[in-house]
Every structure is written in C-alpha cells, then in structure tokens.
Design a protein around this ligand. Structure first.
Ligand SMILES: [Zn+2]
Ligand SMILES: [Zn+2]
Length: 250
C-alpha cells in the first residue's frame, strides 16, 4: 500500500456494501487490482443472487415454465427494445446495494455494479455491437433534488470497466434522450397503470438515428420505463435498442 492509499483508507474508508466491513483501498484501476482488492467481501459476493435458469428471451426475467419463451409482461405488449440483461435479482443484498446508492448516495456501489456488469455481461454487450450507453434519464427536477442520476453513475462505471477489461470503448451518450414529464414513481403504481403513467414521458433527438443503443438503469420491474424509452428512441430512428440493468424484479 502506498502512502496515498493509506491516507485514502483513513480519510475515506471503503466498506463492503453488504456487511459494512472496511476493505483495502486501491487507487489504480486495473482488473488485477479490482480482483485483488474487490469492492465486496468474497463471502458477501456469494450471497447476492445472480440471474440464472430459465429466462424470458426478451428481458431475461426468470420464468417458471420451461415451455414459455417470454415472461408475462413481455408476452402481453409490443416490445420496442430488442432484448436486455440484468445482473442480479432485486432481492436481499442486491436490493440493499441499489437502495444504498439511490437513497443514501453511496456512490462506491455504482462502481461495484459497473464492475460486476462488465465482468458478467460484458461479452453479451459486445456481441450486441452497441455503440452507445444511454443512462435512463431522470426528470430535471428529480435529478436536482437527488443530486445525481444513479443510472448515469452505473453507466460511467460500466463504460470504464468495458475499456479496462476488454478494450471496448463505448461512449455514454446521455444527450439523446430527455425526460420531459415528471411522472409518478412507477413502483407506487399497479402494473396496469405503469404504461399509461410513463407514456410520452421522454423525448429523443435526431442523434439517436441509426444508433445501436444500450439503455442503462438500476432496476427493471415490468419494463414499462425501458420500453417507453425504447419506443421513443426507435421513433427518432435508432437502429437497435438494448438494455442492461443492475437488478430485475421478480
Ligand atoms: Zn461483506
Ligand atoms: Zn420478459
């Protein structure tokens, strides 16, 4: 450990997002360093539930029946996105990590999420030949009151780790989409009303035309928000729209 790292350790202790145990500080941003000085204790990492098993072909949500191709939500609507992937099930520790980022502003968690996304979903993202990451925007007033957009922080970390791990340079292009309507929080609404709540909430500009865009968000529940963002981008001429989220609700 260098003197600088020791000082960082004392001034800004880095803690495990699950158990709060203090972790060693690393300044450099290499894969080896991240593996040696992980963002989380090894035992805690094992406790986070990753998305596995039979999944919806569109949104990757786990589905019970082996015969079904799509989940209930994807089967019952027009999907404007091509497909998407989520890292963890929105439950237990994964939920705790997202909530700590979103509601307590623990930004280290966004670094950790981006690292794990790149590690587990990086190959999938490269196969899609996505040419831009687009964090799902918050409404201006919401972003002002929260002080940050968690999706933006996750996307920044994902882009950084895609470069470090795979040499895959992918820009974050937040300017393509804005949220023009301040909607009610989707989580407070019955799934039936989510689509109407979000419809028309975004505007895309013509820089979306011809692009292969990967939307980035923190939580995917029914997918109404991602689908409406995708619909708006497609209308502006986007070629393909994918998504990647930290958590997926079941
Ligand atoms: Zn821990
Ligand atoms: Zn689905």
């Amino acid at each position: 450990m260098t003197i600088k790292e020791l000082i960082m350790q004392l001034v800004y202790p880095r803690v495990c997002p699950v158990c709060g145990e203090v972790l060693p500080w690393s300044i450099s941003g290499s894969v080896e360093q991240a593996k040696a000085d992980p963002y989380i204790c090894r035992d805690c990492l094992k406790k986070i539930k990753i998305v596995t098993g039979t999944r919806c072909l569109k949104c990757s949500k786990p589905i019970e029946s082996e015969e079904e191709e799509y989940c209930h939500d994807c089967a019952g609507r027009t999907n404007y996105f091509e497909e998407g992937r989520a890292l963890w099930l929105h439950d237990g520790y994964a939920r705790k990590i997202i909530y700590a980022l979103k509601f307590s502003g623990i930004r280290d968690n966004a670094d950790f999420i981006g690292y794990e996304m790149a590690r587990r979903l990086g190959p999938w993202l490269m196969e899609r030949r996505a040419d831009a990451l687009l964090p799902v925007p918050l409404h201006r007033s919401k972003q002002r009151s929260r002080g940050f957009n968690q999706a933006q922080l996750i996307a920044a970390s994902l882009a950084k780790w895609m470069g470090i791990m795979y040499g895959y340079r992918i820009p974050i292009d937040s300017g393509m989409l804005v949220r023009t309507v301040r909607t009610k929080p989707q989580k407070d609404l019955d799934p039936r009303y989510r689509f109407n709540n979000i419809r028309g909430a975004f505007e895309a500009d013509d820089t979306a035309a011809g692009r292969r865009i990967c939307l980035v968000d923190d939580i995917y529940t029914t997918g109404s928000t991602i689908n409406e963002a995708a619909r708006t981008l497609k209308r502006a001429g986007a070629e393909k729209v994918f998504f990647i989220t930290a958590n997926i609700g079941i």
